[in-house]
Design a protein. Structure first.
Length: 145
């Protein structure tokens, strides 16, 4: 499977997953629909976050999805690295993302891929809240932390 096919499979899994209780690690997520209106919006210092899932799937050790609302001028955290790869899909607003050592401005519909252990960051440079979907995935090939 190439990266394009992997991303398509991840998007399909994100759209049609099955919710598990966090303590139930023996099962894997199957088909399910995540209704936006049922996701709890939890405020934080930079905006808010909606947790979608964090669970194993048939092909991933863990699939973690959340949706962030980031207030103007804010960053969710300082630039950082982590072993898992992630996709960020911009739903609303204008952000700058640190990618390959450069800050790049993107808007709605843009997709950001953060590679394993590569320095990355994000900040809302617009005048309205930025809303983006974050899809983190861990496989057997993901380096250990």
């Amino acid at each position: 499977m190439n990266r394009r096919e992997l991303f398509a499979a991840l998007a399909a899994t994100a759209i049609a997953g099955d919710v598990l209780a966090p303590a139930d690690t023996a099962k894997v997520m199957g088909s399910h629909v995540f209704d936006w209106n049922s996701l709890v919006d939890k405020p934080n210092a930079n905006g808010s976050v909606r947790t979608v899932c964090s669970t194993p799937t048939a092909t991933l050790e863990n699939l973690e999805i959340h949706i962030t609302t980031l207030n103007p001028g804010k960053s969710p955290h300082k630039p950082h690295r982590h072993p898992n790869e992630e996709l960020i899909i911009i739903r609303q607003g204008t952000v700058e993302t640190l990618s390959n050592g450069k800050w790049i401005r993107v808007g709605p519909g843009s997709i950001i891929f953060n590679g394993s252990n590569q320095l990355h960051g994000l900040k809302n440079v617009g005048t309205e809240p930025a809303i983006y979907h974050v899809i983190n995935f861990k496989t057997a090939a993901t380096p250990k932390a």
